[in-house]
Write a protein that binds this ligand. Structure first.
Ligand code: PMP
Length: 308
């Protein structure tokens, strides 16, 4: 069980204090980013769509031909146990990110020093950055599209969630060099909107919502949640190529991610959505549907963490 200031993580078969998760520097995850991960969150300390996240993790593993040496059901049980051991450290208004990280492990030559064979498997959790992001729910997110383009599917599929995030890291650095509080949404190599470092984008026009096609972006679990909720509410959803013309002409825009759920966009490259409201009416409707679906008011949770 976690004790003050020391969370517990799962590391290759054992539950240990986080400070004892010591990955060898010759691990291929460290050397090459040869690893995958997935992250869900808790809502009011209850884990969200864990099976779906673990399923996506195994699709990423399969794409990279990494054998995790562990079955999905076992990884689900381990994740629940990591969470159980760490809930004691959470305040009533806080929640966790909960992640599995699996690398290909060590090359044979490294085993002289480290006897480990097989994949490196870690499950860990971290409190959500509620304070840092609280103002986004009051003001909306300023999106900037950097010159760096999202990795093309021909090079490496963006549908796999790998530990190699340099492409979106570069995009985010560039966006933040223009506006320190901006979030990057990268264009793909065709000039269509793709995604951010950890988020999918949606545009609203004429009451319909549109989002980039899955071939060019990670199939976000929150993205799928919003698509499902919109469909249920009778709001049409189109998955299609979208460019800056669409972004600048949108009535509303919002980002989705595990931690954000739905968060309104204030502007794209300085241009505000045409509805003039943040959040706009459709974003608000879908946010309410999301709150009901997860049975938790994540907007109030963020806003509670506003400074002052
Ligand atoms: N795109 C990328 C590149 C991401 O890393 C994430 C975060 N997992 C997302 C989109 C959003 O996915 P989700 O809704 O599953 O968090």
């Amino acid at each position: 069980m976690a004790t003050a200031g020391q969370r517990i993580a799962y590391f290759n078969g054992r539950f240990v204090p986080e400070s004892q998760v010591l990955v060898p520097f010759r691990d291929r995850g460290f050397k090459y980013g040869d690893a995958v991960f997935d992250t869900t969150r808790t809502f009011g300390h209850r884990v969200f769509k864990l099976a779906e996240h673990v399923d996506r993790l195994y699709r990423s593993l399969h794409y990279l031909r990494i054998d995790p040496g562990i079955a999905p059901a076992e990884l689900v049980a381990i994740t629940e146990e990591v969470l159980r051991q760490n809930l004691v450290l959470l305040g009533p208004d806080e929640d966790y990110w909960v992640s599995q990280r699996i690398s290909r492990g060590l090359d044979a030559a490294a085993r002289e020093v480290w006897p480990q064979t097989g994949a490196t498997v870690i499950v860990e959790c971290l409190p959500l950055p509620l304070r840092d992001r609280a103002s986004l729910y009051r003001d909306g997110i300023r999106v900037v599209t950097p010159a760096v383009r999202r990795t093309a599917p021909e090079a490496m599929s963006p549908r796999a969630k790998t530990h190699n995030y340099l492409n979106v890291v570069l995009g985010d650095l560039e966006a933040k060099s223009r506006d320190p509080e901006a979030w990057a949404v990268l264009l793909d190599t065709n000039g269509h909107l793709a995604e951010g470092i950890g988020s999918n984008i949606f545009l609203v026009r004429d009451g319909m919502i549109r989002t980039p096609r899955e071939e060019f972006v990670l199939a976000g679990i929150s993205r799928a949640t919003v698509i499902g909720l919109a469909t249920e509410a009778g709001v049409s959803v189109l998955e299609q190529d979208l460019d800056l013309f669409d972004a600048y002409g949108a009535d509303e825009a919002f980002l989705t991610s595990t931690s954000l759920c739905i968060c309104p966009v204030q502007s794209v490259n300085g241009i505000a959505p045409r509805s003039g409201a943040v959040p706009g009416p459709v974003t608000r409707q879908l946010t309410d549907a999301y709150r009901r679906f997860v049975d938790y008011d994540f907007v109030a949770q963020y806003l509670k963490h506003l400074d002052g």
